[in-house]
Write a protein that binds this ligand. Structure first.
Ligand code: 13P
Ligand code: SF4
Length: 343
């Protein structure tokens, strides 16, 4: 394909969501990235939260955490460049120890991943012996290594139900745990670090943790009421990292990929996504016939660390290389593979 055709196609897709001068600048960087990607036998994976110009120009695959983990598990390329956050790149490394995995920004964290340590999980295991530990993929490798099985927002219910035990420890997202408890008919208690030694199991069925996504915790039921007052027919889609009250007041809740599919396959007059804002732009670019409302008070500062400029630099200079110590990787891989096998 010539540069002119590449530019025209990108322009056609982005013209309603990205200003013209920005498309010109970004198309040139994306063109260079794509050439380098082929030279280095690299694959670029892009999470659904990447900004529109990046999302629509350089990834070989886009998707949610589960979909991208599956692709990472199967790729035959030498280098994986992960346009997402650190825990996602780590998951790719866990599944591909022999490949080079690059994260284009040094610091692209996640408030959920920061909320829990491997020692916290060991303490919980001591407190609740024999209770299986389900860990959200939004955690670092050492936390995954202490877990029995991982889950994503797209399969959390299926993972919990697969365990066939009355009680599970579900870490670290308190809201996702609440939403899964609601879906599975379980209920939930929260031991805190301080009170851990005194807590008793009682009749708890899900033992949670007080981690939260700094983006999704900001959406409120009042936001939903205000939008519905103005647009009574709007379809409201919430990510399950939103509070159970917000999820209950919405029309649909599931992973980012399932939200995209919902918009593509339904016919509401307007849609409101309660999630990272770039995803609304990405859907609008692909589906110009759909009216996407915006509630963009907050962006994910971690996802926003990943830019086209940094991705070019990452490929040119092999940075930032993701490493996971082998003893941790082997244990974490078991928890991730168990999740992938569940489907
Ligand atoms: P998904 O797995 O639904 O893409 O979510 C990842 C995430 O970080 C949401 O904030
Ligand atoms: Fe983490 Fe929330 Fe950002 Fe997703 S949106 S990466 S959960 S901080």
């Amino acid at each position: 394909m010539s540069y002119e055709t590449f530019y025209q196609e990108l322009h056609e897709k982005l013209k309603h969501v990205v200003p013209e001068p920005e498309i010109s600048i970004k198309a040139e960087i994306a063109w260079e990235i794509n050439k380098l990607k082929a030279e280095k036998n690299a694959v670029i994976l892009g999470h659904n939260y990447m900004e529109p110009a990046l999302f629509h120009s350089i990834p070989d695959h886009v998707g949610d955490s589960l979909g991208l983990s599956r692709i990472a598990a199967e790729t035959d390329k030498d280098v994986i460049v992960f346009c997402g956050v650190k825990f996602m790149a780590e998951t790719a490394k866990i599944l591909n120890p022999e490949k080079t995995v690059l994260l284009p920004a040094k610091k692209a964290g996640c408030s959920l991943a920061e909320s829990i340590t491997a020692q916290d999980v060991r303490d919980l295991r001591k407190k609740f012996p024999g209770v299986p530990v389900v860990t959200y993929v939004n955690t670092y490798a050492d936390v995954k290594a202490e877990s029995d099985i991982c889950c994503t927002s797209g399969n959390a219910k299926a993972v919990v139900e697969s365990l066939k035990t009355d009680t599970v420890i579900f870490l670290p997202d308190e809201y996702l745990a609440g939403n899964v408890a609601r879906e599975t008919g379980k209920h939930i208690i929260f031991p805190t670090r301080k009170k851990l030694a005194d807590d008793t199991l009682l009749d708890a069925q899900m033992i949670g943790w007080h981690g939260r996504c700094e983006v999704h915790e900001q959406f409120t039921v009042k936001d939903i009421q205000d939008i519905r007052a103005e647009y009574p027919e709007v379809a409201i889609l919430a990510h399950p990292e939103c509070s159970p009250e917000v999820v209950a007041a919405s029309d649909f809740a599931d992973s980012t990929q399932a939200m995209i599919r919902y918009v593509q396959e339904s016919q509401a007059p307007q849609y409101l996504l309660l999630t990272e804002c770039a995803m609304g732009d990405n859907i609008a670019a692909e589906n110009p016939d759909k009216e996407m409302l915006r509630l963009c008070r907050v962006r994910c500062p971690h996802m926003n660390e990943i830019t086209l400029e940094d991705t070019l630099d990452s490929l040119k200079n092999d940075r930032y290389v993701i490493e996971v110590p082998e003893d941790i990787r082997v244990r974490a891989a078991k928890a991730v593979q168990r999740m992938i096998e569940i489907g």
